[in-house]
Design a protein around this ligand. Structure first.
Ligand code: F0G
Length: 350
């Protein structure tokens, strides 16, 4: 049978009447073997990229959103609301459009990538830009959803994490077991928590017989979990993870500690270096926040963390096309000349 989306595919791990499922056939994303980065380490590892940019709205959020919106429909909700650094709003807007729900999104003004903003707008969401950051926006939408009949679809909504756990299932289905390490960028800290839940559920039902160590990476200027206190004014070029007080802080720490993993941070320079390496040496275009996971793996390898030979999966959370401004700013500018063959040959070096 053709792919039916994550809820139908893993229906035994969900609790919903199938007729209420709202899907864009998300999931079933490729687990791409690294051809360069993993092999380039002093002690090479068996590295894979879970390329979540190939979901319908271009990020992993679709896994959580299909279930959160389906459950909102099932409960009779007519409207949903979220705060977002961009991807959640794009996904909420698309799934709400499909379900016929009203969708309201709060975003930090000037700090969301162009592609994401365009998605929320074209799907017809009510887009409200606030002169504040993600943490301010999340506080407001929480309050609104507690007082009014509007469903919150941030990852505080447990259905979001339930959906996102399927990323772990798919990896195990391909590898036929869990990887040794699973590495993710950490922002609001929902995804690392969801993956950990997924691995544990898969082991409980005997689909795998081991668990990975969970590795999370925050951006240096937005690293509350690493530093141990909320960051009032988080900053990073990776706007998707520009978050100072993550909602799933405790869950992420639990995933780290139960698995024997770690949560560390990488600088913006390291993020951009990994972003370019992925694009130039692996042929994989992801957004800057996504490459924080790969920047983290590179940093760990330089510290002698890996023995060599381990299977490591990095989730590449969002598509590079989400953020064309960063792609252009970090690449060689195209030359612009008259249509003259000899000048063109000179530029090519022939
Ligand atoms: N990578 C991307 C591309 C993201 O959009 C996000 C979060 C993360 C990583 C971090 O995941 O929050 O589960 O730890 N984006 C949210 C949003 C906050 O509003 O789109 P997390």
């Amino acid at each position: 049978m053709s792919w039916q989306g994550i809820v139908k595919h893993y229906i035994d791990f969900f609790s919903i009447d199938e007729k209420n499922i709202i899907t864009l056939l998300e999931g079933n994303t490729p687990l791409i073997p690294s051809v360069c980065i993993g092999k380039s380490f002093e002690r090479p590892i068996n590295l894979f990229f879970k390329y979540e940019g190939l979901n319908p709205t271009g990020s992993f959020k679709d896994r959580g959103m299909t279930y959160a919106i389906s459950k909102a429909v099932e409960s009779g909700s007519k409207a949903v609301i979220c705060a977002s650094t961009g991807n959640t709003s794009a996904s909420a807007a698309a799934y709400s459009a499909r379900a016929g729900l009203k969708c309201i999104v709060l975003i930090p003004e000037g700090k969301i990538a162009l592609g994401k903003l365009s998605q929320a707008m074209i799907h017809g969401a009510k887009v409200i830009q606030i002169k504040g950051n993600f943490d301010d926006a999340l506080k407001i939408v929480k309050e609104i959803s507690e007082k009014y009949p509007i469903t919150l679809v941030n990852s505080l909504n447990p259905h979001r994490l339930e959906g996102q756990k399927t990323g772990a299932f798919e990896i195990c289905d391909v590898l036929k077991n869990a990887p040794d390490y699973h590495c993710l960028p950490v922002g609001n800290a929902g995804n690392i928590s969801a993956y950990w839940m997924g691995y544990k559920e898969y082991r409980s039902c005997g689909k795998i017989n081991s668990l990975p160590k969970m590795l999370g990476f925050q951006a240096e200027g937005s690293a509350p979990i690493v530093r141990g206190y909320p960051i009032e004014k988080p900053e990073t070029i990776a706007t998707a993870i520009r978050i100072g007080n993550p909602a799933s802080w405790d869950k992420a720490v639990k995933a780290r500690d139960e698995s024997g993993g770690l949560i560390d941070m990488v600088s913006d320079d390291e993020i951009i270096k990994a972003y370019k390496l992925l694009a130039e040496k692996e042929g994989v275009f992801c957004e800057p926040a996504s490459s924080a996971s790969v920047a983290g793996i590179i940093k760990l390898s330089e510290r002698g963390f890996f023995q060599g030979g381990e299977t490591v999966v990095c989730t590449l959370t969002g598509h590079g096309l989400k953020d064309p401004d960063n792609a252009i700013a970090n690449s060689e500018k195209p030359s612009s000349i008259e249509p003259n063959i000899s000048d063109i040959l000179k530029i090519i070096g022939l």
